[in-house]
Write a protein that binds this ligand. Structure first.
Ligand code: HEC
Length: 247
């Protein structure tokens, strides 16, 4: 019994460790059924993230299919950054290509002092709430090389690439749970609510990208449950039939 208790306590340790890290995470509202949100997120992702980060386990045409877009729509609206940089051979990217970038790891290390991670599965590694909080927590800090820091990822090497929408904020205070309060130094093109909604769309898309099959798995799951209920009914009737003469 003692052993079991100890094991339970040890298993709970990561929860306490997380709570003690003093990082406050906002909740992201993830809904993979919402195709409009996924499409809006995809647009933000290819426009603002794909120039540095890759998503090299995802293909453009797979995304087109899952997000109910035609290949033409994706080629015209979501591939111009990819084609702007072009492949090393000078050839434009094709709809069946992976969402990789032209920036080489060596160059990225030189520009940012750290490699730029691939983002295909980042939502699975970090979690949706972490990503949402990260993207909405950039603040001005003149001690950092790019003039910004982040409450969720202190000392981050990424510039605030969405500053034009988000505006520039300063960190006023943090409460006992690490929840930050920001104040605008300069407003961006979006209000606070609009920016948070846009970031929620972006995170929604990144959650989909981390596990595209999730969309399908849920509908298959419902079908399987339904099948099991019907099957149970028949199995039960059959059992009654077999046992009816046994006394
Ligand atoms: C100018 C290049 C650049 C652009 C554009 C950019 N990033 Fe980054 N990003 C970086 C660098 C560099 C790092 C590594 C930071 C570090 O480790 O300190 C990073 C790190 C991250 C991380 C943390 C990954 C991890 O698990 O450690 C996330 C998440 C992320 N970026 C998301 C995004 C999203 C979403 C966008 C688009 C809105 C974006 N980035 C656009 C350069 C960029």
């Amino acid at each position: 019994m003692k052993k079991k208790l100890m094991t339970c306590l040890l298993l709970c340790l990561p929860i306490f460790a997380h709570a003690a890290s003093g990082v406050h995470l906002e909740k992201a509202d993830i809904n993979l059924e919402n195709k409009d949100s996924l499409r809006a997120g995809a647009k933000l992702f290819v426009n603002y993230c794909l120039s540095c980060h890759s998503a090299s386990f995802m293909r453009y045409n797979r995304m087109a299919k899952d997000l109910s877009m035609s290949d033409d729509q994706v080629e015209q609206n979501l591939m111009f950054i990819a084609n702007f940089e072009k492949l090393e051979s000078g050839e434009a990217k094709k709809i069946g290509d992976l969402m990789s970038v032209a920036m080489k790891t060596k160059d990225a290390k030189q520009y940012f002092g750290t490699p730029v991670p691939d983002l295909t599965a980042v939502a699975r590694a970090r979690g949706a709430d972490w990503l949402y909080s990260y993207l909405t927590s950039f603040y001005a800090d003149e001690n950092r090389p790019f003039g910004v820091n982040n409450t969720v990822f202190p000392g981050v090497g990424m510039p605030h690439v969405l500053v034009e929408m988000d505006g520039l904020k300063k960190l006023v205070s943090k409460d006992d749970h690490g929840k930050p309060t920001f104040e605008y130094i300069e407003k961006g093109s979006m209000s606070d609510v609009e920016f948070k909604r846009a970031m929620n769309d972006l995170v929604n898309f990144m959650v989909y990208m981390g596990e595209p099959i999730k969309l399908k798995r849920q509908s298959v799951g419902i079908f399987v449950m339904f099948f099991l209920i019907v099957f149970f009914l028949f199995a039960y009737l059959l059992k009654k039939e077999y046992w009816k003469d046994v006394h």
